[in-house]
Design a protein. Structure first.
Length: 332
């Protein structure tokens, strides 16, 4: 029923969704930092105030205009960035629209904004994990890539991607064979790796050398032990038994217990299981503990969230590189 009623989806929609969300989060952090540094100025004067909600509408209109006017993957990427910036401008003023006095500094607003982004992120990930592409989705995305060939912008990776899409499409479809012949004959342009690609390659090489370091496992274990201790120390800094403090203490205790399990698995030489337990500890911190931190500290909790996200990124990179390679037991 879904395949007959909904239009085909973009093959890289997950990446576009993440780009939109990252742009939105970055915009909110830039806005809040800029306002704090400039002592919260008002744009307009003489009784007027130009709220940055209006800028959000302008950026979202630009995103819509790009999608309605131009073709191509680069346009979709630009629209995702512009739309994310616009959404960040919009949602940053949430406090004004849920309070009777239009209070921009409404304390729970930061936590509500954080929960909105968590919900959008989880929705995007759920769509990527549980909704497989139909045959016509594969075919439609191959047709979309054919536009690059018409504009003489088709590179070799894009051609290989298009042929892979056609391999997964219904071979009985009358469009598959002609499209395959077009892609096989199409000329491709030479795409030299840019600065970002070269920097990414150097980063991957550095990551591989770091993982091959003999003391890498011990360093990971020590890092997460320190993270758990610091989180616990920050939680018990006060004797106030308010709901926020009790909830934060419970979630921090859960994270610490998960770290302890990960340490045990790592000492036993089961690297993959240890990394999974460490990741669970971080996810509890990101999706539970940080919510209460944003309620209590508002945007002052951004630093702790940044540390958690950096650790999660590094852990997943290490897990990806070390997947399938057994870790030697250590410390025995």
């Amino acid at each position: 029923m879904r395949g007959r009623s909904l239009p085909p989806r973009v093959a890289d929609f997950g990446s576009l969704h993440e780009t939109l969300l990252i742009s939105g989060v970055a915009t909110i952090l830039v806005i809040r930092t800029q306002l704090w540094l400039t002592n919260y100025p008002e744009l307009g004067g003489h009784g007027l105030h130009i709220a940055h909600l209006l800028w959000g509408g302008c950026f979202m209109l630009v995103a819509i205009g790009l999608l309605l006017t131009f073709l191509g993957r680069p346009v979709r990427r630009a629209a995702a960035i512009a739309g994310g910036v616009g959404f960040g401008f919009f949602i940053d003023e949430l406090g004004k629209f849920i309070t009777q006095d239009n209070n921009y500094f409404f304390r729970p607003a930061a936590a509500l904004i954080y929960l909105i982004f968590i919900g959008l992120f989880m929705l995007a990930r759920a769509l990527q994990r549980h909704d497989s592409f139909a045959d016509r989705d594969e075919l439609a995305n191959a047709v979309d890539l054919l536009g690059d060939a018409a504009r003489h912008e088709l590179d070799e990776p894009s051609r290989r991607e298009a042929l892979a899409l056609l391999d997964r499409a219904d071979p009985a479809d009358p469009l598959v064979a002609p499209l395959r012949a077009l892609f096989e004959r199409a000329e491709t342009r030479d795409a030299e790796p840019g600065r970002l690609a070269r920097a990414a390659a150097r980063g991957r090489a550095l990551r591989e050398r770091l993982i091959a370091w003999p003391s890498f496992e011990a360093a990971v274990c020590l890092l997460f032990i320190v993270w758990a201790v610091l989180c616990a120390a920050g939680t018990v800094r006060t004797a106030d038994l308010s709901f926020l403090n009790v909830a934060t203490l419970v979630s921090t205790t859960v994270s610490s217990a998960l770290v302890a399990v990960g340490v045990v698995r790592l000492r036993a030489g089961d690297r993959r299981a240890a990394y999974r337990w460490f990741e669970r500890a971080l996810l509890v911190g990101i999706f539970v503990t940080q919510v209460f931190s944003f309620v209590e500290s508002q945007f002052g909790a951004v630093f702790g969230l940044g540390v958690d996200l950096l650790l999660l990124w590094g852990l997943r990179a290490a897990h990806s590189s070390a997947r399938g390679v057994p870790a030697p037991a250590w410390g025995t």
